[in-house]
Design a protein around this ligand. Structure first.
Ligand code: GLY
Ligand code: MN
Ligand code: MN
Length: 469
């Protein structure tokens, strides 16, 4: 990174750049660097496609909060260490209500100001600083020389079809106007914003299809990269790197840390250390999703035999998990309850683990709520809503989520697994160290369901053909 100018030190926060060279401060330098820049022509874009959808979403949240000011910040950049930040990502509800995704300017705030008929929405953000300021060259945190140009108020207003004002006016506004207001620290507003996303609109569903298509490309890349992956002592890192390279090329980044879990690491549900080797006889569990610039993410898991074919016992476990996934998918249609999906998958998991002699009781006995012995081999749930957050709609009420009734437009995962730990004495030795998860992204349709990720091979035979081809 280039050396940056010190920000003024305060007693509370010592200057992190006290030892770094500074930008010149003489008036002759200021005059010189502020002059002789070509005029920028400002062409205003047409509104982006999402703008009309975002306006409809704002109307729905407006109707739930008449007479209240709603304050929805994008959030600040987060420090990673000293003066370097994590890659910026705006708050999901901010992105949902504005249509501004990965490119959103940090610290922006959407204000929905109550009116007699609803709300007026205004986006406050920090527009580009003029060359008459010293921000553009001397401010490493936000300056154009450091981070690149920001759009103007007029550009963003046209792009998002939303009124815009400079962020510098926001404090004044909030002090000047009293009355009821809610922000993202308000549980009720967070709940409503979460529930607003339970049913996806047509634009969101299109984004999910694009995210899943890009994720398929990432899996294809990993498969093509197998010779390098198996040759490297930290092959799991190469799996992660290859997938994430595709994610960066096609979108913003990955929607969550890529899980590349080879051999017994697959029994660790969220293995993201990814520092192990990838050995020819093993399975590798890859749980990964591309997050687009719009911030919609896929969440897909495939468990692949590195050497190209499943051993007999690997195939038995794999196909049992697939049977559980297929059984769960088969019942999905509007009108059923979300939790029935998990119950259906668990019916198969109990049957299989009983059949293989793992359980101290029959499958039926294991399925009663007080028993649940089969859950030793799959401690996680089968499904979660998916969208702009990988675990989307997380603040929704239980009545609308876990106990909720499915409606067309809902998108969620079906992701059963079996994790037979290498030191689990309840399973015969030949099974130990096998971990399998199959995760697909499902859309509820008018009369049933669509597996949005069906193009990514998922039966044992199809996976073997995929690796061979
Ligand atoms: N990748 C996290 C999950 O599957 O929920
Ligand atoms: Mn998932
Ligand atoms: Mn996943």
């Amino acid at each position: 990174m280039a050396d940056s100018t010190p920000a003024p030190a305060t007693e509370a926060a010592p200057n992190p750049n006290a030892n770094r060279s500074t930008t010149p401060v003489s008036s002759s330098f200021r005059d010189y660097i502020s002059s002789q820049w070509a005029e920028r022509s400002e062409t205003l874009p047409s509104p982006r496609e999402v703008a009309a959808f975002a306006a409809a979403r704002r109307l729905r949240i407006s109707a739930l909060h008449p007479g209240e000011r709603l304050i929805i910040p994008a959030g600040p950049a987060k420090v990673r260490s000293n003066d370097t930040d994590y890659a910026y990502r705006p708050h999901s509800s901010f992105a949902h209500l504005t249509g501004w995704g990965a490119e959103a300017v940090p610290d922006s705030v959407l204000i929905m100001e109550p009116t007699p008929n609803g709300h007026d929405a205004t986006l406050y953000f920090r527009p580009s600083a003029g060359r008459d300021s010293d921000e553009f060259y001397a401010n490493a945190a936000i300056g154009e020389f450091w981070l690149g140009p920001r759009p103007s108020l007029a550009q963003v207003a046209a792009d998002l079809a939303l009124a815009t004002r400079p962020l510098s006016e926001l404090d004044e506004l909030l002090v000047a106007r009293d009355g009821a207001s809610r922000g993202l620290d308000d549980e009720e507003l967070l709940r409503d914003l979460s529930e607003l996303r339970l049913v996806k609109d047509a634009w969101e569903i299109a984004q999910m299809r694009l995210a899943i298509a890009a994720t398929k490309q990432g899996f294809d890349d990993v498969i093509a990269d197998r010779p390098a992956i198996t040759a490297h002592p930290r092959g799991e890192r190469l799996v992660e790197g290859t997938f994430n390279r595709r994610a960066r090329a096609e979108g913003n980044q990955v929607g969550y840390d890529t899980i590349a879990a080879s051999g017994a690491h697959a029994c660790i549900l969220h293995w993201t250390t990814n520092d192990g080797p990838v050995m020819p006889g093993d399975l590798i569990l890859i749980d990964a999703g591309v997050e687009l610039d719009s911030l919609y993410t896929a969440d897909i898991t495939r468990t692949l035999p590195i050497g190209g074919t499943y051993s007999e016992v690997q195939r038995r476990v794999y196909e049992a998990v697939r049977e559980a996934a297929d059984a769960a998918f088969a019942i999905v249609r509007p009108g059923i309850r979300f939790r029935e999906i998990h119950a259906e998958a668990m019916r198969i998991i109990a049957e299989k683990t009983a059949e293989w002699g793992f359980l101290p009781v029959t499958a039926e006995e294991s399925l009663v709520p007080e028993a649940q012995y089969h859950r030793r081999y799959m401690v996680h749930g089968t499904s979660h809503h998916l969208g702009i957050d990988v675990h989307d709609c997380a603040q929704a009420r239980r009545d609308l989520y876990l106990d909720g009734v499915l409606e067309p437009g809902m998108v969620f995962t079906i992701e059963p697994g079996l994790y037979l730990q290498p030191d689990d004495l309840t399973v015969p030795e030949e099974y130990r160290g096998i971990g399998v998860r199959i995760e697909d992204n499902i859309l509820v349709t008018a009369d049933g369901a669509e597996n949005l990720s069906i193009a990514i091979p998922r039966t044992a035979d199809d996976v073997e053909a995929w690796l061979a081809g």
